[in-house]
Design a protein around this ligand. Structure first.
Ligand code: ITT
Length: 183
């Protein structure tokens, strides 16, 4: 089985390639822009994106909408994660949390998969904290400021280890469970 990974984000591609290959699923990176509607629900963004791609005749693909939800910032940046990263970056997020002791946050990843004419949508989550300063050079996006174990950031662990605990890794495992019911 080969799935097209439709994303503009090479960091996601690396993680899907590693996670899916361990289940014997091949991947091909494809960049096709699709509409990402503004809503507070990651699954709605994914459902709408899947409809757009299917109506353009594209099949056998994965799309992914993800976000970092920080409790003390009322869930910000959440669905505005891509925008926040471009506008203020990790340093801007850390600045917003200067003197904030309550640092819990969670990463969420919604995967939409179309395969053999069927649609599957799954949501993976990873709870953790926002570190006080950036650490590490692995990964992408918010990885230098997020830690699942409270010690090492996601940017300080290799992709194989991140996939074992991350929102995306958890979503991939849910997806594989669903695929096994079909095939
Ligand atoms: P797409 O083309 O797949 O939409 P994107 O980078 O715009 O790529 P999202 O809107 O899903 O993706 O991501 C929101 C932001 O959250 C984006 O800036 C990502 O870099 C960041 N992000 C998503 N998953 C992440 C992860 O596992 N680690 C760190 N940052 C992540």
């Amino acid at each position: 089985m080969i799935l097209k990974i439709i994303t503009s984000n090479p960091g996601k591609v690396r993680e899907y390639r590693e996670a899916l290959s361990s289940f014997g699923i091949g991947t091909e990176h494809v960049r096709i822009p699709y509409d990402e509607i503004q809503t507070s629900d990651l699954t709605e963004v994914v459902g709408n994106g899947m409809r757009c791609l299917k109506s353009a005749g594209i099949s056998d693909f994965i799309i992914d909408d993800s976000g970092l939800f920080i409790d003390s910032l009322n869930g910000f940046p959440g669905v505005f994660s891509a925008y926040a990263l471009k506008a203020i970056g990790n340093s801007g997020i850390l600045k917003l949390m200067d003197n904030v002791n309550e640092r819990s946050a969670d990463f969420r990843c919604c995967i939409g998969c179309n395969i053999d004419g069927k649609d599957i949508i799954v949501l993976g989550r990873c709870d953790g904290i926002i570190l006080k300063k950036e650490a590490g050079t692995e990964g992408f996006g918010f990885d230098p400021i997020f830690s699942q174990d409270g010690r090492r950031s996601f940017a300080e662990i290799p992709v194989t280890e991140k996939n074992k605990i991350s929102h995306r890794g958890n979503a991939v495992r849910l997806l594989v469970d669903e695929l096994r019911k079909i095939f």
